[in-house]
Design a protein around this ligand. Sequence first.
Ligand code: GH3
Ligand code: MG
Ligand code: MG
Ligand code: MG
Ligand code: MG
Length: 295
Amino acid sequence: MKILIAEDQAPAALYLRRTLERMGHRPAVAPDGEAAWEMLERDGADVLISDWMMPRLDGLGLCRRIRAVEHDRYTYVILLTARNNRDDRLEGLHAGADDFLTKPPDPDELNLRLQIAGRILAVHAELGRRNARLAELATTDALTGVRNRRRFHEDLDLLLSQARRLREPLSLVMLDVDNFKSFNDSFGHPAGDEVLRRVGAMLQSSVRGHDLVARYGGEEFAVLLPATGTEEAVLVSERLRSAFRSEAWPHRPVTASLGLDTAGPVEFQGADDLIRRADEALYRSKREGRDRVSA
Ligand code: GH3
Ligand code: MG
Ligand code: MG
Ligand code: MG
Ligand code: MG
C-alpha cells in the first residue's frame, strides 16, 4: 500500500513516518498541501494521511482538489486533526475525507484504519480489473478474437478525425468470404467457424501494427489502414487476397472478395460514406466474379 503523508511540522511528520515504517510501510512525506498535490499527480498514492492545518494548501483544500479530479482511481484520505469538534468533522466529510485520526495517532488505531482502507482499495482494484475485462469483451469478437463491429465504429471515428487533423488519407478495406453459405452447407457450421477464425488470424498477421482488423459481421471483415492512400491500399488488399491462396484451408480452398475506398487527404467524407463506398466496391468484386479487389 502506497502511503503519502502531508504534514508541515517536521516532528509530527517524523513520528508518523516512523510509526508507519514499523508497520512495514514506506511512506512518502510532503511538507504541505501543494507539495502533496504535486506528488499525488506525479506518483499517485493509495492512502493520503493529511494534516489539517498546513501552509499554502490545507488538508481540506487538498482533499477537495483530489475529489474534484479523481474519477478512475481513488485515493483514500485520512485527515489528521488536533481538533475534534462536530463542525470540523462535517466540513472534512464534506470535502471528501474518508476517515479522521486525532494527533498524534495511536499506532494500533492507525493500523486498523489502514486495514479498512486496504479492504476498500482492494475492492476498487478488483472492480477495475473486472471493468477492463468487460471493456475487452464488449469490443472483441468472441469467435475470431479481432475487434468487433462496435469497436470498429469507434476506431473509424477516431482514425477519421486523426486523419483530418494530420491531412493524411485513411483507407477502408471491406472483405467478404466467397460462397461461404455453400462451405457451411457442405462441411458444417463448426468447420465454417474454423475458417472464420483463420481469416481473422490471417488478416491480423498480414497487416502492419497500426492497421486495425475487425469482424464487421457474419463472414465480412473490415481493415482500417491509417496514412494509406488508394494505390497502397490496393496493394495491401492484393496481399490479403493472395494470403487466402497460400493458406492450407480445411476441405477446400477459400477465397474472398475485397472492396476499398479512401477518405482524404484533401476531402474527407464521413464514416458512413466511407463504409458505403467500400461496400459498393466489394459488391463490384462480387458481381465481377469474386476473388478480386475493387477500388
Ligand atoms: P457471397 O460469395 O455472395 O458472399 O456468398 P456467401 O454464401 O458467402 O454469402 P451469403 O450472404 O449468402 O452467406 C453468408 C453465410 O455466412 C451464411 C451464414 O450462415 C454464414 N455465416 C455467417 N456468420 C457465420 C458464423 O459465425 N459461423 C459460420 N460457420 N457461418 C457464418
Ligand atoms: Mg499543520
Ligand atoms: Mg452475402
Ligand atoms: Mg460471403
Ligand atoms: Mg456477407
